[in-house]
Design a protein around this ligand. Sequence first.
Ligand code: ASP
Length: 438
Amino acid sequence: MLKVLKFGGSSMADATQFAKVRSIVESEESRRVVVVSAAGKRRGGDHKLTDLLYLCHAHLKYGVSCDGVWQMITERYLSIRDELGLSTDLESEFAALRQKMDSGISQDELVSRGEYFAARLMADYLGYEFIDSARWLYFRLDGTVDQEQSYEALRKLAQGRRVVIPGFYGVMPDGAIKTFSRGGSDITGALAAAALGADVYENWTDVSGFLMADPRIVKDPEPIERITYSELRELSYIGAQVLHEGTIFPVREKNITLNIRNTNQPQHPGTMIRESFEEGEITDDRFITGIAGKKNFSVITVTKSGMSGQQGTLRQMLEILEKYGVNVEYIPSGIDSVSLVVASDKAAPCLYQIMGDLQKEIKPDTIHVTEDMAIVAAVGRKMAYKPGSSGKIFATLGENHINIRMITQGPEELNIIVGVDNKDFENAIRVLYNSFVK
Ligand code: ASP
């Protein structure tokens, strides 16, 4: 059994958090590969090391002294080292980096040092070997990861050993350091898990798993115990803030279980994510796994009598939106009408051109745009087997005087999506949560 563990910034913030990480790692023999983020915030108002490093680079770029920021960065890592009584030689590393900064360092290389130093310290503290991600995580020229080459390189380097790996960065074909986008250590962990054929990828953070709804809208939402990869994709697409979007693919592809855990509450089982679950594994009888949504959609509705009998109208409409680079999110349709639901911010700059083109090419009877629509999705793999799920959702919203302006359901019956006025958005989420979860 092999578990790959990734610890986020809050788990790496100070010596106390390092101690928690060590006790988690040591509590199971299978926890042999550890991927870390840079030190994060210790409390509200504090700074993430990565943010300080970006700031430091901005100072260098504009020729302003970065001494103050640099001191904050070095002091943070030195204090972790000293409090833990480690002997990692950070001073000479810092001096070498400082020299490089003076002679011109890329932004990616400088910010990647947050993960690098964190991993060096953690390796020392755990007595694990340090593997620099510049030695195995290979990017292609187009910025994508060369998985085959990377997996092979990591397998050779790790070879069944206990190792600590810095998250967030890898190396370009010319040897330059490149980072993922923000939050990218999640991806490094997923790639390491896939490369080494882990049984479980544990992603340790500061919440006990994914929540069933946004805690800014619903008070103390319940955590999700088990969720499939498809449900997770639905929820994150529609706005739930979960992992970095590049995380799922490498682990899903290799059928690795992903487990979100809380470093500050290690006994909590967190959220389990898998391709599917056996009947017996499901402990609750909720048919909704999670609720999420987004505001600010526009609906372009075109009506034309006889449209249903004509071929090619929908294709023409979609081609027009494609021409303007506007993604169509949903397509609810009637017999002689079709609506295209698009994100308002994407459509706004070219809305008049789109309307003009639709008018010219489709020659519709009417065409109109409704603004300020929000989308709310109830996601749950069990909905497909429960007759009446959608009826209950509509009835609940109706009883609470929330006007439903659109309804769609994906063919896999994994979700039910309703369009409501922007002003009803939060209320719709609360009403659904309270009636189906509480
Ligand atoms: N430290 C990086 C960031 O703050 C990457 C990560 O933590 O995942 O974005």
